[in-house]
Design a protein around this ligand. Sequence first.
Ligand code: KG4
Ligand code: ZN
Length: 374
Amino acid sequence: MPVLAIESSCDETAAAVVTAEGMILSDVVHSQIALHAPYGGVVPEIAARDHVRAIVPVVSAALDQAQLPLAAMDGIAVTSRPGLVGALLVGVQVAKGLAWGAGKPLVAVDHLVAHLLSVFLRPASGRDGSGGDGPVSALSAEPEAHPPRFPFIGLLVSGGHTALYMCRGPNHRQIEELGATRDDAVGEAFDKVAKLLGLGYPGGPIIDRLATRGDWSRARVELPTPMGRKDSPEFSFSGLKSAVARHVASADRPQTEAELADLCAAFQRVVTRVLVSKAVRTAQRHDVNRIVLAGGVAANRELRRRLSHACTRSEIALHVPRLASCTDNAAMVGYVGALKLAAGASDDLSLSPTPRTELPRVTRKGRGKRASRQ
Ligand code: KG4
Ligand code: ZN
């Protein structure tokens, strides 16, 4: 039996119908990118208001595309954390209303757990219009086609989060943060650098495209390797962003197209190298030979290529979700919700959103000491 899932944690209003086997029966995403683009980042108030406008049509479209009525659902899954509280609230309230009205169980899902397990999603044949895996075909070493076995190391790279996890099983208690960013998330760094360079929003795909035309070795800029110690599973990207800002501020004229492309290539090279070396090193240290790359930045072609090559060299299997499952979507939420329901879990109508993940954090933002493992 399928689950109806709702996701509204940031700037995508999404709904999907998914089974506990990870079969996607429908996957509808309404993006707010155009609304936030003039500000170069997500504006929480605008996000919440647009979720209110979009959510009912998006949920209806998900049921229509699945060709199933609400009555056929096993339950309603919703992202309740982490995210922008005003944005989360819209999805949570609608999910509660639907669950109460239809007499279905409600189940809350952590957005980070959903990203980490998105690799288990499979489109039902004939129902997926996404055109397959996109950039995966650009890799010379292909990621594994089949889903991974546990345990695996999860490298979650998105606009709001950047962290390495030990994933021993699908339950959130089996997922352990090994290290995270101390400041900006990597997607946030892409977005801020693109904003500094006047390139537009969101910055990740723009820098990804421009970098292919540039040459990092021609860029006349010193970029620090952030948290360069290979053995540390922690990241830091704000220094890198500041170095680009200083470079732009010290220039006596605007950058040419070619200089911009070189600068993007240099920035992307430093970022992808640090992500790849830490992911591989972490897998080796924990003696795990499977890595899952997840989150919106997993769409980055250089990251996929470098990680794929590094994994092949180190005899590590790399698993990457299909492109449409990397960026925010409700199918990943539905999968986790379906697993929880199957395990007998559910939430009551007192459910309320919270900005923090349920996964215990070991990395403190800023310069504080790492917390001890829980
Ligand atoms: O997972 P996601 O859709 O939302 C969050 O949960 O944050 O990730 C969005 C982030 C944005 O910062 C965007 O710039 C970045 O993913 N992104 C990319 C690429 N495509 C999206 N970053 C680098 N290269 C890309 N091709
Ligand atoms: Zn996300």
